[in-house]
Design a protein around this ligand. Structure first.
Ligand code: GRF
Length: 200
């Protein structure tokens, strides 16, 4: 049975694009929607350009009421009957109330080698710590932030003179390879982690 994948974004959606473009041919899944908490997110237009249903639920009118925002988001995505949710640059922290119904069916990509550097500013923190290696992680989402079972990682070198921007660009290239590789395996029911070789 072909799995139905929904993708949540907040920004430009480059990870969303690599996921959508990978779900062709004998891939066990197909994208059914792209949703964003920001109606102005560039990725929504890109999704529409690829013929994917694009949904926007603006989080700002809900202020600090995360549960109310999540209830509206759940209502907006329910008609698409997704089996799997992929967080791809989705920058809202989700509560247990939203996460638990998706337990074992929701993935996230994080731009660090978890468990190192949960949260924000991962590249600046890696450089400040003098790390020689950085990377990205795809994990299953649990109520604890950036904490679920790891399903894949890719490593890159931290080079002399790196800025958070240059390191982020190097990591993003790996994100675009890692996330589709993990999703293909995950959608086939295989949770064996994917570890990409360091780029030469
Ligand atoms: C990526 O680096 C992702 O790891 C992080 O936010 C960035 C989003 O990029 N969570 P994009 O919107 O997928 O281009």
């Amino acid at each position: 049975m072909t799995r139905r994948v929904g993708i949540l974004i907040s920004g430009g959606g480059s990870n969303m694009l690599s996921l959508v473009r990978s779900m062709t041919g004998d891939h066990p899944a197909r994208p059914v929607f792209v949703a964003s908490n920001d109606p102005g997110a560039g990725g929504l237009e890109k999704a529409r350009g690829l013929g994917i249903q694009a949904v926007a639920v603006d989080h700002r009118p809900f202020g600090k009421d995360r549960a109310a925002f999540e209830a509206a988001l759940s209502e907006a995505i329910a008609p698409y009957e997704a089996d799997i949710l992929c967080l791809a640059g989705f920058m809202r922290v989700l509560t247990a109330g939203f996460v638990e119904p998706w337990a074992g069916r929701m993935l996230n990509i994080h731009p660090s080698l978890l468990p190192k550097y949960r949260g924000l500013d991962t590249h600046a923190r890696a450089i400040a710590a003098g790390d020689t290696e950085a990377g990205c992680t795809v994990h299953e989402v649990t109520p604890a932030l950036d904490d679920g079972p790891i399903l894949g990682q890719a490593r890159v070198p931290v080079l002399p003179g790196d800025t958070p921007g240059t390191l982020a660009a190097r990591v993003l290239e790996q994100e675009h390879l890692l996330y589709p590789a993990v999703l293909r395996r995950y959608a086939a029911g295989d949770r064996t982690p994917v570890f990409l070789p360091a780029p030469v």
